[in-house]
Design a protein around this ligand. Structure first.
Ligand SMILES: Cc1cc2nc3c(=O)[nH]c(=O)nc-3n(C[C@H](O)[C@H](O)[C@H](O)COP(=O)(O)OP(=O)(O)OC[C@H]3O[C@@H](n4cnc5c(N)ncnc54)[C@H](O)[C@@H]3O)c2cc1C
Length: 333
């Protein structure tokens, strides 16, 4: 048995101080829905837990202004059922609502969701030393490459790691150019959600760009008319309580039948939440047809590099994008 200290400060500043004082082995914990999981698997072994769930003000939801602001501790369930989010940003409500289960969403936070680690089975099931994993143990190798790679990434992978970024919510946020506010020992800063994630390269164990001791205090989404014509379309092995095999967040601004501006991001297929710029360029300015939507889907996977068992996700992913485009276009502006 390992001893773990636990504190639950009431302010962000107190949490940052507690984290710094705890030193090596300190971790923040919010809903605990993934961190406790990883502790039980022996993948995360924190010595000090600083619980950020009681920090005053971090559970707030403000959807009234030019920027939607969700406190880092707002639960996934509360944000998913916010009236403005449901009516004007269906892709956000759907990305949250199609993730995990209702019980998990009641506990899990929109800040914690951004920092969840991969579900790669070799990462999660090898802490006993059964499988090498560069993310879990830098330099040990990657059992997924040449192994059972059905769920692995087609985009953004490296020779060291092919693990998929698992979250749904970050994909929708990246499509909307959302940002996070973080507070840490050096003060407060904001950065695009997309910049929170590192490509694996040869250091796949370095997953996020947060500095030690930084807390995600808010997620901010610029208000946009494209939110209304949007969707988060997710295909998985079973229709609920499963991670994406392939997903697409799509938001459209249209002039009649013509797409003025499309925002497209992919989940379940890449090592980070993946903005599909080439696909956007193909559809922007074009009259929308199913054929054009499918060509857009294929453009999103033009750079895909499949492994042994996951090439099927190229066609699947292209169809998911095409369906998402058609669903979004069918929604009233
Ligand atoms: C069975 C199961 C199925 C799931 N299915 C899905 C799914 O389909 N789609 C999906 O997207 N997710 C899914 N999830 C993941 C789930 O959404 C996450 O576990 C949850 O969002 C994490 O939030 P949390 O508040 O519980 O984070 P925690 O577990 O408390 O923390 C997660 C990580 O974030 C850090 N952290 C937490 N909050 C902050 C903060 N404010 N600032 C800085 N660091 C912080 C912690 O140190 C930790 O490293 C599933 C989880 C389970 C267990």
């Amino acid at each position: 048995m390992r001893a773990i200290t636990y504190t639950r400060p009431a302010t962000a500043q107190a949490a940052i101080t507690a984290f710094a004082q705890a030193g090596e082995g300190a971790r923040y914990i919010a809903g605990g829905t993934t961190l406790y999981d990883l502790m039980k698997l022996g993948i995360e072994t924190p010595a000090h837990l600083v619980d950020v769930s009681a920090i005053e003000g971090l559970g707030s939801i403000d959807t009234g202004g030019d920027v939607l602001r969700f406190g880092g501790m707002a639960t996934m369930a509360d944000v998913a059922r916010d009236r403005v989010v449901m009516e004007r940003y269906p892709l956000l409500a759907e990305a949250l609502g199609k993730a995990a289960s209702q019980q998990l969403r009641n506990m899990a936070t929109v800040g914690g969701n951004l920092l969840q680690r991969t579900r790669c089975l070799y990462f999660r099931n090898g802490a006993s030393g059964l499988y090498p994993c560069n993310k879990r143990e830098p330099g040990s190798g990657c059992a997924a490459i040449g192994g059972l790679d059905r769920g692995q990434a087609l985009l953004g992978q490296s020779d060291a790691c092919t693990a998929v970024s698992p979250g749904d919510w970050p994909v929708a946020l990246v499509a909307l150019d959302a940002s996070v506010e973080v507070e840490g020992p050096d003060g407060t800063r904001t950065m695009p959600v997309a910049d929170l994630y590192r490509m694996p390269g040869d250091t796949p164990h370095l997953e996020f760009t947060l500095r030690p001791g930084e807390i995600i205090t808010a997620v901010m989404v610029p208000a946009t008319a494209a939110g209304r014509r949007s969707t988060y379309h997710k295909v998985r092995d079973r229709e609920s309580y499963a991670f994406a095999l392939a997903s697409a967040a799509v938001a459209l601004e249209m002039d009649g039948e013509t797409v003025r501006e499309a925002r497209i991001a992919l989940g379940g297929v890449a090592t980070v939440p993946w903005r599909a710029r080439a696909a956007e360029a193909l559809i922007n300015g074009a009259p929308l047809t199913r054929e054009r939507a499918l060509a857009t889907g294929h453009a999103a996977f033009a750079d895909a590099r499949p492994g042994r068992h996951n090439a099927f996700k190229i066609q699947l992913g292209a169809e998911v994008v095409a369906d998402a485009v058609m669903i979004a276009a069918g929604r009233a502006s």
